[in-house]
Design a protein around this ligand. Structure first.
Ligand code: ZN
Ligand code: ZN
Length: 297
C-alpha cells in the first residue's frame, strides 16, 4: 500500500535491515553502546538505534560507537506512557533532544520513578535482604540511568534470592506483587504532542503484547493518537502475537502508518537476541525524512 509520501509498508517481517529497539546500560540493558554497535555490525545489521527508556543520555556514546564500526545510527528513546489505564510504550526517533517539553517530560518521569522505586525498596526490604544501597549498586552508569524495577530485580539476584532477573520479575518485582507501586506516567497524547513539537517520529512499541498488559490499546485509542500525529506501529516484536500482528498491520494499512520492528534487546538482561526483529530500509528512510535530526553516520 502506497501512502502520500510513497512509503511502502512491509507486509512480512524483514530479513535484512535495522534493529531500532535496543536498550543499553543507559537504562535497563546490561551492555554499553559500544557493545551494541559492535554486535550490530557483527550480526550484519544495516544500522541500529539506541532507544533507552526515557532518556537521551546514551546518544553521544552511541554516536561515537556507531561511527567507530561504520554503522549508521537512529537516535531514539522508548517513552513510558499511559492511555486510559493502559500502559503504553512509545518509541520516539530523530527528535530534538533539547526541546523543553521533552526535557521536562523525562525529568518528571525520572523523579516519579525514583520516588516509587524508593518506596518499593522500603517495602521489599522488610521481607528481603536488600537495601536502597544494594539497589543503587546495580546501576551501571551512575546518574545517567533511569532507576527502576530491573535494578531491584538485580539486587535481589545479587542477594541470592533469585537466580536471574526474570525470576525476580515473575515474583516479588511483578506488577501483581504486593510490593508493586505503579509509576505515574505521562499520557500517550502528551507524549505524541511533545514528540511532534520536538520534530520527532513517534511509534507505539509492542502494541499487541498481551504479556505486558491485561488490556491492550483499542483500535479507537490508536486512531485517536494517529489523528494527533502518531507515525507508526512496531509490528515486528516478539511480544506481538500473530493475531495482533494482523490487526496492527491492518491499522497501519488503513491509516498510512509506518511499520517498524525491533528486538527490544537488553543485552544479558532479557533473552531477546539483537536483530531478531528488523525494520526495513524504506521505513528507516521514511523515519529519517520525517525527523528533525539528520541520520548519524
Ligand atoms: Zn517496551
Ligand atoms: Zn524496550
Amino acid at each position: 500500500m502506497e501512502g502520500m509520501t510513497g512509503y511502502v509498508m512491509p507486509l512480512e517481517p524483514p530479513t535484512v535491515g535495522w534493529d531500532i529497539h535496543c536498550h543499553t546500560v543507559f537504562s535497563d540493558g546490561t551492555e554499553t553502546p559500544a557493545t551494541l554497535a559492535e554486535c550490530s555490525k557483527a550480526c550484519g545489521l544495516r544500522g541500529v538505534s539506541i532507544s533507552d527508556h526515557d532518556t537521551t543520555a546514551g546518544w553521544s556514546e552511541a554516536q561515537h560507537a556507531a561511527r567507530a564500526v561504520g554503522l549508521p545510527l537512529l537516535r531514539g528513546t522508548e517513552i513510558t506512557a499511559a492511555d486510559d489505564g493502559v500502559s503504553v510504550h512509545m518509541l520516539g526517533y530523530q527528535y530534538d533532544p533539547d526541546n523543553a517539553h521533552i526535557k521536562k517530560l523525562f525529568a518528571d518521569t525520572r523523579q516519579a520513578r525514583l520516588h516509587r522505586t524508593r518506596r518499593m525498596v522500603e517495602l521489599l526490604s522488610r521481607d528481603y535482604p536488600i537495601s536502597w544501597q544494594s539497589v543503587v549498586a546495580q546501576i551501571h552508569e551512575g546518574d545517567n540511568t533511569t532507576i527502576g524495577r530491573p535494578h531491584i530485580a538485580d539486587a535481589l539476584v545479587a542477594a541470592g534470592v533469585y537466580e536471574n532477573r526474570s525470576q525476580a520479575f515473575a515474583d516479588a518485582v511483578n506488577s501483581s506483587s504486593k510490593y508493586y507501586i505503579p509509576t505515574p506516567s505521562p499520557t500517550a497524547h502528551e507524549v505524541v504532542a511533545a514528540m511532534k513539537e520536538a520534530g520527532g517520529v513517534i511509534v507505539i512499541a509492542h502494541a499487541g503484547d498481551l504479556s505486558r498488559n491485561r488490556r491492550l490499546l483499542s483500535d479507537e485509542q490508536i486512531i485517536a493518537l494517529v489523528r494527533e500525529g502518531l507515525d507508526g506501529l512496531e509490528v515486528w516484536h516478539r511480544g506481538n502475537s500473530a493475531e495482533q500482528r494482523v490487526r496492527l498491520l491492518d491499522l497501519a494499512r488503513r491509516y498510512g502508518l509506518l511499520v517498524t520492528g525491533g528486538s527490544d534487546w537488553h543485552g544479558k538482561g532479557k533473552p531477546n537476541a539483537l536483530g531478531e526483529n528488523l525494520t526495513d530500509e524504506a521505513t528507516v528512510e521514511a523515519i529519517v525524512s520525517r525527523g528533525a535530526l539528520p541520520l548519524y553516520r
